[in-house]
Design a protein around this ligand. Structure first.
Ligand SMILES: O=C(CO)[C@H](O)[C@H](O)COP(=O)(O)O
Ligand SMILES: [Fe+2]
Length: 220
């Protein structure tokens, strides 16, 4: 298991001042950018041009979470846009192994996401191809949703499979992560934590990043 990392999602930040919003969280390890196409999920955010502008505005690496159809064709554009980590959904990829290799070859960390009802077991042998596995803890599409405790057993099973295969793959959780729920995720074996509304609704978002980190460290 790697060290605890906190990756605030800008989904609930002020889209009119994203550079300023990102400057409020200098303690973040990554900035999580939720790309939604209104097809894979019923919500629409932004595309590679906007992500490229954000990448130019910060030194913090970008962690793209692509909730888009036809990931095989569309994901490489986000490496070109300057994202240091690119996550595609397995439900949207026709050839996940080829896509993960393509992302790595282009110079970014390759990551694969599972929706709450998608099991990890069919993908056990893919773990070595991935730099990170994202287990969603809400149905993707919107920020501010309630954390789904039913995802915790899958986090535990994913951690056990990573240990069994001896891989260095990071285990990220995304959705409803807060001071109240982060301990459960860390105890189950997650080491990378996305938090959107918890961070951007705090009076001082950077203090919240530090608080989330210490709570996860205590529990992990
Ligand atoms: O991928 C996402 C939604 O599909 C977001 O990253 C996630 O929901 C973050 O927001 P919050 O912490 O408010 O749940
Ligand atoms: Fe996300």
């Amino acid at each position: 298991m790697g060290d605890i990392q906190i990756t605030p999602s800008i989904l609930n930040a002020d889209f009119g001042s994203l550079a300023a919003e990102v400057a409020r969280i200098p303690g973040a390890d990554w900035i999580h950018v939720d790309v939604m196409d209104n097809h894979f999920v019923p919500n629409l955010t932004f595309g590679p041009t906007m992500v490229e502008a954000l990448a130019r505005s910060t030194d913090t690496p970008l962690d793209a979470h692509l909730m888009i159809e036809d990931a095989d064709r569309n994901a490489p554009a986000y490496v070109e846009a300057g994202c240091a980590s690119v996550t595609f959904h397995v439900e949207a990829a026709k050839a996940p192994v080829r896509l993960a290799r393509e992302i790595r070859a282009a110079g970014a960390r390759a990551s694969m996401a599972l929706k709450p009802a998608t099991p990890i077991e069919p993908y056990e042998d893919l773990l070595a191809e991935l730099d990170m596995l994202l287990i969603m803890t809400v149905e993707p599409g919107f920020g501010g949703q309630k954390f789904l405790d039913l995802c915790l057993p899958k986090i535990r099973r994913a951690r056990a499979l990573m240990d069994k295969h001896g891989v260095e793959t990071w285990l990220q959780v995304d959705g409803g992560v807060s001071l109240e729920t982060i301990e459960r995720c860390a105890e189950a074996g997650a080491d990378v934590f996305v938090a959107g509304s918890a961070v951007f609704s705090a009076d001082d978002p950077d203090v919240m990043v530090a608080a989330l980190r210490s709570r996860a460290r205590e529990a992990g």
